[in-house]
Design a protein around this ligand. Structure first.
Ligand SMILES: [Zn+2]
Length: 300
């Protein structure tokens, strides 16, 4: 009886005790954060993204498998600013994982990593249909912000896995160096974009356009998350024509025919671009490469 009890306790302990070499399980919402976590975590982490490739990050279908993934996570990294508001809180509820609850070291709201939030401070509310009530949440393409998120990730990984702190710090430094070098190339290539007027479907590009000095003169959506009506589109076409706008950027997951119609009527090019990593653009670097290359090609 006593032996059975001891064996029971022992097997319980063996199952529960984390192995010395266990990888830190990181779950991210968007794919770009998956890429950043891989950059900083290397072999020490196992990273899963909840937002599929080419999926609107505002609107993800929560699946039971997402809750299972979150249940096993040591660290959750999310965009914040209400981007995942429609789907992440119910998943966290189902996941029943105290480690990744809001306020815990295992819950990183990356918008708190020193991001200067654009379009904030207005009197917008969700009641008006605007899905950016806390300001623009699409900050991850800007290299300054990618570095801020990478730093915050390294800081959390060091706290969760202090034995590997020096590895995370070294990987952060390597990422920072590589980013600085790539950024110079991107800015050199993007010189032709300065002052070019553009229209975008959703306000997914404001941080990128301010970095590359593109001038965003309007959006196909009258407000973020609100589909366009004919009157808004007619005004947008008139304004794009009179201001000499050159292109419409449309995210891979928005209706292309509307963007194409507006582009044709106003003499612009429609450029379909990924706003998150995935597919051939699996890494943050490949994603920004692709965007800069396509934008420059469109103004040539
Ligand atoms: Zn948005």
């Amino acid at each position: 009886m006593r032996i059975a009890l001891i064996l029971g306790l022992l097997s319980h302990f063996l199952v529960q005790a984390p192995s010395a070499h266990a990888k830190v399980r990181v779950v991210t919402t968007i794919q770009t954060f998956r890429s950043l976590a891989e950059e900083i975590g290397g072999d020490q982490v196992e990273v899963t993204a909840l937002v599929g490739e080419s999926v609107d990050p505002h609107h993800v279908d929560p699946r039971p498998s997402h809750a299972v993934t979150l249940n096993k996570a040591d660290l959750l990294v999310h965009v914040g600013l209400d981007l995942e508001r429609g789907w992440l809180p119910p998943l966290l509820e189902q996941a029943r994982n105290p480690k990744v609850r809001s306020g815990e070291v295992g819950n990183l709201d990356a918008s708190t990593a020193g991001i200067m939030v654009l379009d904030a401070g207005g009197a917008v509310t969700r009641a008006q249909g605007d899905i950016h009530p806390m300001g623009n949440p699409h900050y991850w393409l800007h290299p300054d912000n990618a570095l801020r998120v990478a730093r915050a990730l390294a800081e959390r990984l060091k706290r969760i896995d202090p034995g590997q702190a020096s590895t995370y710090e070294a990987r952060l430094q390597a990422f920072s160096n590589r980013l600085a070098a790539r950024r110079k190339e991107w800015e050199e290539n993007a010189k032709a974009l300065a002052g070019v007027k553009i229209v975008t479907y959703h306000k997914s590009w404001s941080y990128l356009t301010s970095w590359l000095k593109l001038v965003e003169i309007g959006n196909i959506e009258p407000k973020p998350g609100v589909p366009p009506d004919p009157k808004h589109l007619a005004e947008l076409v008139g304004s794009a024509r009179s201001q000499g706008a050159k292109m419409v950027i449309v995210e891979t997951y928005y209706p292309r025919n509307t963007a194409q119609r507006v582009a044709t009527l106003a003499g612009m090019k429609a450029v379909v671009l990924p706003s998150d990593a995935g597919g051939k653009e699996r890494s943050y670097f490949a994603l920004v490469d692709k965007i800069v290359t396509e934008l420059v090609a469109a103004v040539r």
